[in-house]
Design a protein around this ligand. Sequence first.
Ligand code: SAM
Ligand code: SF4
Length: 328
Amino acid sequence: MTTQLIDTFNRKITYLRMSVTDRCDFRCVYCMDEKMTFLPRAQLLTLEELAWLGRAFVELGVTKIRLTGGEPLVRKNIVQLFEELGQLPGLRELVLTTNGSQLSRFAHALRAAGVKRINISLDTLDPERFRQISRTGQLEQVLQGIEAARMAGFNRIKLNAVILKHRNHQEVVDLVQFAIDRGLDISFIEEMPLGETGRDRAEAFYSSEEIRRDLERQFTLVPTTETTEGPSRYYQIMHCQTRVGFISPHSHNFCDTCNRVRITTEGQLLLCLGQEHAVDLRRIIRAHPGEMGPLKQAIIKAMSIKPQSHSFHPGEQKIMRYMNVTGG
Ligand code: SAM
Ligand code: SF4
């Protein structure tokens, strides 16, 4: 099916990212404030509403859905949602971004539900540093989760690392070696200015270029034209299976080829991660229960306000939404 979702810059929207909960068992320094207050439950989309939305988007031509959060795997009965979405005809890829803490429990069920690829966040291999960055997480639990995912037989596992100067920038080579040793891919992410975290983001900025230079002292990186329909630019590590991606919202604007939209935990359709353009789909679903028509019309109409690009600058605090609500 060709997508019915085309914006005013002629970009085809085929990829939906849904934040299925704003809650999380970690409080990563770049994502949340130490004392976060979470949304009242009535404001969150129910699992049924999330499934309904997923169906509407797939019927309109979306072929890839990523569930993210917050931490998707802390939402009660979340596997049911994966199972429902996994059965939608037309959906080619159902994927997940997770902090890995619950994967030992869920990896097999997710694989059985039709999840083929999975992204696991891992910023450091040092237990003490892991504790400092995540505030409440334990490295060992995540490493066990990564092993469980490897055993469950996903087609591809990718690690995601947000790199902050003086916190974990000195570990980029070790992180790539960890990925190589286990046949995984890895992407490095520049920090984005979403939500007030009480930190100076400009001071912690470490660019993809700097990371690439650090890696090239140790590895040979061969540029590839490969894409996973996401914003990463990929390099193959010579003589290895591992690919290294760079997600560089500051230093490399990837908006020209943007093919995605997001649903926040509260059912706002976000047309761009770095802008405030949004449409309240929860209101439409609740005003027209069981009716696909009004929902699909609202989604199609929303394409006309998708902005051309984001405009992030290091240190600039522009978007008040936190990443966990938005869905990273
Ligand atoms: N809890 C899951 C996790 O950590 O993978 C999924 C949600 S998290 C918001 C998704 C991704 O966004 C993670 O890889 C995380 O490291 C990244 N992230 C969070 N806040 C960020 C920020 N301010 N800038 C860049 N990436 C961020
Ligand atoms: Fe939780 Fe993921 Fe945000 Fe860390 S990045 S606080 S794991 S939602």
